[in-house]
Write a protein that binds this ligand. Structure first.
Ligand code: C2E
Ligand code: MG
Ligand code: MG
Ligand code: MG
Length: 281
């Protein structure tokens, strides 16, 4: 009986949809609690200058240390934080935590590195965000100079005029700015030249394809030339092999970041492995 079958199917789907909605609600509550309980952590991944082979800075990458399941990667919860508006609080936490970590390392006299923090375009659009940054960097005179913010290309272009205004305000505080995942959005070249940014980060997808697909190699090469023509630094993300690294060096890329040099690591390991100054003989 046809009607019955479709009826059952309808029931099935609504049940599934209810389950999904409930699952999301639980996750939202869990994420809220995670923030209260201090279960978010920052891992750090070095960026390396290709000419010197030395680390110049590091990117802070958030994880949720869920006591029941272990480390949850940001791809699984950032979209929910963004949907629910929790991204503002969690983003503020990440910004403050990264600045705190950097201050601790500076105070301990460890190697000085700039720390990059990822910012959701929703945060950038938020009215209070500029003041939040101002407050967060006020804890230490060196905080602004030691901070970089990474903003994904795609959404930066949605409201270009507002983005330009906000980015100028941030840069006026002495904070540097990077466009993340460059090449995946649709930046108009005329706007790109007007964005007050310091760095372009070439998206990992191009780096992966670069060694096999001539079109991707051409793209990477073009992005590097474009960046330099605009007096921007260019970083390639997701570099996993020596071959990619060598090729990027030939193409004049300034810095690389990826598993080849290091995976993102917990802050204590980052400190011990990459910031400890060589002990004098
Ligand atoms: P992203 O900013 O583009 O960060 C690069 C991602 O690539 C990171 O994933 C990093 O672990 C990964 N990665 C780095 N090198 C390699 C490599 O050689 N091979 C491979 N396969 N992957 C590599 P992760 O940590 O899972 O972060 C994913 C995204 O989540 C980030 O992309 C960023 O957009 C977002 N995110 C992370 N932390 C934050 C945060 O504090 N706030 C906001 N708003 N977003 C964040
Ligand atoms: Mg990033
Ligand atoms: Mg990126
Ligand atoms: Mg990326």
């Amino acid at each position: 009986n046809k009607a019955k079958t479709s009826g059952e199917r309808y029931l099935f789907y609504t049940q599934k949809m209810t389950d999904m909605a409930a699952g999301k609600l639980t996750l939202e509550n869990q994420l809220r609690q995670a923030l209260d309980k201090g279960e978010f952590v920052l891992h750090y991944q070095p960026k390396v200058n290709l000419a010197s082979g030395k680390m110049t800075s590091a990117e802070a990458l958030i994880r949720w240390n869920d006591p029941r399941t272990g480390l949850v990667p940001p791809g699984r919860f950032i979209p929910i934080l963004e949907e629910t508006g929790l991204i503002h609080e969690v983003g503020r936490w990440a910004l403050r935590q990264a600045i705190k970590d950097a201050l601790r390392w500076r105070s301990a006299g460890l190697a000085a590195v700039r720390i990059a923090v990822n910012v959701s375009p929703l945060q950038l659009r938020h009215r209070g965000f500029i003041d939040e940054i101002r407050q967060a960097i006020s804890i230490d005179a060196h905080a602004a100079a030691g901070l970089e913010l990474e903003i994904t290309e795609s959404l930066l272009m949605e409201n270009v005029q507002h983005s330009i205004t906000s980015l100028h305000a941030i840069r006026d505080m002495g904070v540097t700015l990077a466009i993340d995942d460059f090449g995946t959005g649709f930046s108009s070249l005329s706007y790109l030249s007007k964005l007050p940014v310091d760095t372009l980060k070439i998206d990992r997808s191009f780096v992966i394809e670069m060694t096999d697909a001539p079109e991707s190699l051409a793209l990477v090469s073009t992005i590097i030339s474009l960046a330099h023509a605009l007096k921007l630094k260019v970083v390639a993300e997701g570099v996993e092999t020596e071959e990619q690294s060598r090729l990027l060096q030939v193409l004049n890329c300034d810095e690389i970041q990826g598993f080849l040099f290091s995976k993102p690591v917990p802050s204590d390991i980052f400190e011990a492995k990459y910031l400890a100054l060589p002990s004098s003989p």
